[in-house]
Design a binder for this molecule. Sequence first.
Ligand code: FA5
Length: 347
Amino acid sequence: VTSELFDQLNRATEEAKRGLADAATLDQLAELERVFSGKQGAFNEISRAVGGLDVEGKKAVGAALNAARSDLKELVAARRATLEVAERAAKLESERLDLSEIVGTPNDGHLHLVTQTRYELEDVFLGMGFTVAEGPEVEDDWHNFEALNFPPGHPARSSWDTFFVELGNEEQVLLRTHTSPVQIRVMESQKPPIYVVAPGQVYRRETPDARHLAVFNQIEGLVIDKGISFSDLAGCIDTFTQAYFGPGIHARLRPAFFPFTEPSAEFEVVCFFCKGDGCRTCSKTGWIELGGCGMVDPNVLTAVGIDPEEYSGFAFGFGIERCVQLRHDIDDMRVMLDNDIRLLTQF
Ligand code: FA5
């Protein structure tokens, strides 16, 4: 009887192993498990028969039965793991979204002109030895105004010009109105010498027109080192202008005022449309404003713990959409937000 039971056990084990190898799905595997562990299953039958053996037989067949069962348990677990991986892969494949349909066709997507320009501007400044810094678009009053020497009643701080966010104390959190707060963040976190540019999106309560948007991009520049003078600023702007707009386009600085630079200037380039003769686009001046700049005000350096007796520097900030507009001869800036494929495919 004992050897018969051994044979039966071997047959049941072989059959179970074949079944395992054939099980192609998790459902089939579960079904198989039910068969060989169920009441009517071959193993249970052997188990019941063991009850009728003598002590020696019970020991021998019982041990073999337990070993066969635990072997099978491991095999089932291994098979289950393989099937689970395969089923997950099949599910992912069947649910995959193909977003690449137009790749390889003439309608290939590409970066928006403004983004292309932003990268191009970064490249120009990287070539001049600057690094790129970034700051948050949701800013606090300290970085956007206070540390930049804006007095409490300054018009830019009013809700006429600025989008405030309902967070914290009233009028303390806002969508940054310029990239200049990145100057403060950089100076708070780095020691001079500092040579950075910081491009990014800014927000103003502005009614869009041909030269203004309410959401637009600026690129900020900041240099802090020993012995930096206004001529370094002028030279930097001239180098940039030639590199980005090409030779023959000249920049000029015109006295202006910003709370965080002293002296300050507006940075203008020769009007692209009339080459300086004066036309409607440049209001007959021959020049178009690109941005503001100046020597970093000693109050700003003091606010971030840099000694103005030891260090000096300059900063500038100009509009990226303005650069785009000038270089690509776009008479109305609003088209940059229109998503009109006829414009987008041209660049
Ligand atoms: C500023 O924002 C200063 N933070 C610039 C600065 C930086 C001065 C560092 C000194 C030192 P302003 O508001 O003039 O300045 O804006 C700078 C440039 O951003 C403008 O010359 C223009 O090119 C662009 N710009 C301003 N407003 C808009 C607008 N609504 N839409 C598109 N471009 C704009």
